[in-house]
Design a protein around this ligand. Structure first.
Ligand SMILES: NC(=O)C1=CN([C@@H]2O[C@H](COP(=O)(O)OP(=O)(O)OC[C@H]3O[C@@H](n4cnc5c(N)ncnc54)[C@H](O)[C@@H]3O)[C@@H](O)[C@H]2O)C=CC1
Ligand SMILES: N[C@@H](CC=O)C(=O)O
Ligand code: NA
Length: 428
């Protein structure tokens, strides 16, 4: 008997899932040993759905998600509600669930996992982080015998696309965002991308899996987006041999009592492996005690690549069902919580427009010293009224670095703090 899939949502990702199931039906059946077919598709407006058989469409998502003949529910609506209620209804009706919904998993993954454990069904979500890249399964399964210390990478395709266009073509922010939207990379509300909410949700999911903790939610993640990144920042990065990237960084603390989880723009030296990640591609480093440094790279956004990850999960569910098993998650909880961003050790790049007067450099150095921040290098550009001092700090607590910048901003010899950004090197 065929395994029946219900699709909730038929937008950029959902329409590609339907297409791939239909186009690859014979191959999938041979691979799994059971045919897979689409049993129904819940949409908001039937007259708007394109390229799918009209008889499969319904506006009653609850009825579809709980229909007795449905085996797997694929949720690709996005957002918190009604996605959460629909997933819980499906699980309650004994369906396994595949979702690409990072916002929901990062906000309330614990409830969903608990419900799936209780019902003895699968809950898979590979598409939710870094699109097509197999990343969550390696973290959960392949690295189950290792101890992960750090996960760091580019996990938002839209912002990487925008920053890449701004850097390599000198393109504007708004036009680059519009292109990313037209290519199907952006969230329904692109604020989620450009303000870092999407990357923060992904960082929370990564931290939970990497450090086996249920305590991390999107709200715990320190988040800065790219709307404050200016052409001056990009030029300043270039002058230093760097590019600007939005990174998600999840790191175990030295005392092993907490984790740091943050999303913010950084300057990366051009020889850093993440510096060469272009367009909407994603790349993630996982650093584990025994395995060492692993890098995962590929398409992080877009309908077809994301549908590939969704389909991989559907196949995993089908295989589990044939084997009469389910893969529960979240039973073991280290309880590690997130520490304050101020306690995180980072390095800053600071560009200052200063009065070109004797003693400026020593005054600036004194402010750094006041906060016990040591300066790694200093460069002066220009002369006279246009003098600019560019400083890079050694690693220091983020709170000390931000207090240093606050003091620089109000000093009378500093006309303007032209650019402030954290710096990440490969050795960090
Ligand atoms: N587009 C991408 O590159 C990626 C998207 N995702 C995630 O996949 C999910 C879907 O994203 P997209 O397909 O890009 O979004 P989309 O906005 O293109 O599609 C969502 C669809 O759900 C429909 N919908 C909304 N409420 C509904 C309801 N109550 N019942 C039935 N349908 C409803 C909308 O009309 C829309 O057609 C989101 O969780 C997103 O974060 C994950 C990875 C990559
Ligand atoms: N909007 C997201 C889509 C994939 O998760 C992105 O741009 O990465
Ligand atoms: Na993925």
């Amino acid at each position: 008997m065929a395994m029946k899939v219900a699709l909730l949502g038929c937008g950029v990702v959902g329409s590609q899932v339907v297409r791939l199931i239909e186009e690859q039906s014979e191959e999938l059946a041979a691979r799994i040993g059971t045919p897979i077919e689409v049993g129904g598709i819940a949409v908001r407006r039937i007259d708007r759905a394109r390229g799918v058989s009209p008889e499969l469409l319904t506006t009653d998502a609850v009825a579809l998600a709980t229909r007795p003949d449905i085996d797997v529910v694929v949720e690709v609506i996005g957002g918190i509600e009604p996605a959460r209620s629909l997933i819980l209804a499906a699980i309650g009706a004994g369906k396994s669930v595949v979702t690409a919904n990072k916002a929901l998993l990062a906000e309330d993954g614990q409830t969903l996992h608990a419900a799936a454990r209780e019902a003895g069904v699968d809950l898979y979500y590979e598409a939710s982080v870094a699109g097509a890249i197999p990343l969550l399964r390696p973290l959960r399964d392949s690295l189950a015998g290792d101890r992960v210390n750090r996960v760091l990478g580019i996990v938002n395709g839209t912002t990487n696309y925008i920053l890449d266009r701004m850097d390599s073509l000198g393109a504007g922010f708004t036009e680059s965002l519009e292109e990313a939207q037209a290519l199907g990379y952006a969230e329904a509300d692109p604020t989620a991308d450009v303000e870092g909410f999407d990357a923060a949700a992904k960082a929370a999911i990564l931290a939970r899996l990497a450090f086996h903790t249920q305590r991390v939610t999107a709200a715990d993640v320190h988040r800065e987006g790219i709307t404050g990144v200016t052409a001056a920042d990009i030029a300043s990065a270039r002058a230093m041999g760097c590019v600007v990237k939005l990174l998600a960084i999840c790191q175990r603390s030295e005392d092993d009592k907490s984790v740091g989880v943050r999303v913010h723009p950084v300057m990366l030296p051009v020889d850093h492996p993440l510096a060469g990640v272009k367009e909407a591609y994603n790349a993630v480093f996982v650093e584990a005690e025994s395995a060492g440094r692993l890098m995962f790279y590929g398409a992080g956004a877009g309908g077809t690549p994301t549908a590939s990850a969704v389909l991989g999960d559907v196949v995993a569910v089908a295989r589990n069902r044939r084997a009469g098993t389910s893969v529960a998650e979240g039973g073991h909880d280290t309880g590690l919580g997130v520490h304050d961003m101020g306690d995180t050790i980072t390095s800053y790049h600071v560009a200052l427009d200063v009065a070109d007067r004797p003693g400026v450099l020593s005054k600036v150095a004194e402010i750094f010293a006041r906060h016990q921040v040591s300066i790694k290098n200093v460069r002066q550009e220009g002369r006279g009224d246009d003098a600019q001092l560019v400083l890079v700090s050694h690693p220091a607590p983020d709170a000390a670095l931000s207090r240093t910048v606050e003091d620089l901003r109000v000093h009378d010899m500093v006309r303007e703090v032209a650019s402030v950004m954290r710096v990440e090197t490969f050795a960090d």
